[in-house]
Design a protein around this ligand. Structure first.
Ligand code: NAD
Length: 504
């Protein structure tokens, strides 16, 4: 590997990045980063304890006056330099992301890393575009205007599926708006979050603006959410943990932003381009080995196309090449861990009692046996209310169900607790328009499934949470709005004082 580096050496000082330098955690227990393609441990570190979280929050608190007091242009310039440093180090980022997640190098090289560089450039620009209402004399006697201000220290928690992009989605809008941040990455994938914070320092973003605490959810995570000096919690992860985070954040009166689980429907109407829908279903369900909160998970196919769709998807899934993430020919890497692979396999085994596994449904043997691999899996014939249709599996598993009328297709698409993303496949303008209106999800694609862009919001409806990542919507969420009102009359006794003084 031309771009590889020794992780243990690179992060020898520890996996906590506080006040602009790496240091070791003090929790008293160590944690491992494991390469899921081989099962080998690539890094052992001391996890963050509550004292490390306190130190990180303190560093962020100290950095806040300077960073929030910088001009938008100064913050924007620093973030443009940050984007440039990330771009220079793209190969190292892609290598580390593939190593800790098992994702094919082509995915981290073509998606995770350039997406992060672009996001950084976007928020560098956004830093100079905070918008609000115009100043006006709404009652004639006063001039009102709105100030949008930074909030303070943000506490963010991220999952393991796209560690670099999740760190970027949390950190960038927050710091663009003048806040400082403490981010807790998933304890199994801290490497690229640490590198991200180091790159910010190299770019001249002041010490303490971005801090990383690497520890387990119950200890470092809960302490960060409950910390009295943290004014906002921004969480991406499962709905179950999101509920716990919400309880703690609510009890300490924090602003809250929750990006939770998904179970995206993929609705194919009978006039759709079948080949496009088959390609879209395979790519959209297998992206990142299915560990994508917006991945296509439930394909509803109108009856006339159903059987051909099943055949087409199964045949195409069988051509997808599992293998070493660093081999350019590999299409699909392992799952994030052996535990996650076993969890996915458990869903499929239970589904055999009531549904048909059309293809996949097993871990490969041979030279992939040591890794957390699982074959692309297509399941047909499950009932709408069954576990495999309702629960978030987070693996390379697509379920296909038929429907008859358009009403039924849309109703089935909406029939889970989640509402993060969805797609509809049709060449009929009216059907497409109806799907975009009636499907309850934060994003609806027409004739595609997965693409995201920095300019547009990402976030859920229903149990998928609330709040938006990316875009100017997310930037605004990391600000608070203040109404400023000036008296214009310059008189000592105002008209409205009659309510107190009467005619006196
Ligand atoms: P998870 O909920 O298990 O963990 C997420 C993070 O929360 C980790 O950093 C973990 O250490 C931390 N955590 C765990 N328990 C905690 C607690 N009690 N208090 C505070 N923090 C705690 O999720 P995961 O398994 O890492 O990631 C997969 C999940 O993330 C899926 O449900 C997926 O849909 C979701 N996800 C959502 C989005 C989105 O934008 N909506 C994006 C990516 C992933």
């Amino acid at each position: 590997m031309g771009n590889s580096f020794q992780v243990q050496d690179r992060f020898a000082d520890g996996a906590q990045y506080i006040g602009g330098r790496l240091r070791s955690g003090t929790s008293g227990h160590s944690h491992e980063v494991v390469d899921p393609a081989t099962g080998d441990t690539v890094y052992t570190y001391e996890a963050a304890g509550t004292a490390d979280v306190d130190a990180a929050v303190e560093a962020a608190r100290e950095a806040f006056p300077g960073w929030s007091g910088a001009t938008p242009a100064e913050r924007s310039e620093a973030m443009n330099r940050f984007a440039a440093v990330l771009a220079e180090q793209a190969d190292d980022f892609a290598y580390a992301e593939s190593l800790q997640c098992g994702k094919p190098l082509k995915l981290s090289t073509e998606f995770d890393v350039p997406g992060t560089v672009d996001n950084t450039s976007f928020f560098a620009g956004a830093a100079r575009h905070l918008e609000g209402k115009s100043a006006a004399e709404y009652d004639g006697d006063h001039t009102s205007y709105v100030r949008r201000e930074a909030i303070g220290v943000i506490g963010s928690i991220a999952p393991w599926n796209y560690p670099l992009q999740m760190a970027a989605w949390k950190v960038l809008p927050a710091i663009a708006a003048g806040n400082t941040i403490v981010l807790k990455p998933a304890e199994i994938t801290p490497l690229t979050s640490l590198m991200f914070a180091q790159a910010a320092t190299e770019a001249g973003i002041p010490d303490g603006v971005i801090n990383i605490v690497t520890g387990v959810g119950k200890e470092a995570g809960e302490h960060l959410v409950g910390h009295p000096d943290v004014v906002m919690t921004s969480f991406t992860g499962s709905t179950a943990v999101g509920k716990r985070v919400a309880e703690i954040a609510t009890s300490t009166v924090k602003r809250l932003h929750l990006e939770l689980g998904g179970k995206a429907p993929f609705v194919v109407f009978d006039d759709a381009d079948l080949e496009a829908a088959v390609n879209g279903a395979v790519a959209g369900s297998l992206i990142n080995t299915g560990q994508d909160c917006t991945a296509a998970t439930r394909a509803y196919v109108q009856r006339p196309l159903h059987d051909a769709f099943v055949q087409g998807v199964a045949a195409l899934m069988e051509t997808v090449r599992l293998g070493d993430p660093f081999d350019p020919k590999t299409d699909l890497g392992p799952l994030i861990s052996h535990a996650q692979r076993d969890r996915v396999a458990g869903f499929v085994e239970r589904a055999r009692a009531y549904a048909t596994v059309v293809t996949g449904g097993e871990a490969p043997g041979g030279e992939l046996a040591e890794g957390a691999y699982y074959r692309p899996t297509l399941i047909a014939g499950a009932a709408q209310d069954s576990e495999i249709v309702q629960a978030e599996i987070f693996g390379p598993v697509l379920i296909v169900l038929p429907f008859d009328t358009d009403d039924e297709g849309i109703a089935l698409a909406n029939d889970t607790p989640y509402g993060l993303a969805a797609s509809a496949w049709t060449r009929d303008l009216y059907r497409a328009n109806r799907a975009t209106r009636e499907i309850k999800a934060g994003c609806v694609w027409i004739n595609d499934h997965i693409p995201i862009i920095s300019e547009m919001p990402h976030g859920g409806y229903k149990a998928s949470g609330f709040g938006k990542d990316m875009s100017s919507y997310s930037f605004e969420e990391y600000t608070q709005v203040k109404h400023v009102m000036y008296d214009n009359t310059a008189v000592a006794r105002k008209d409205w004082h009659r309510t107190i003084f009467g005619d006196r």
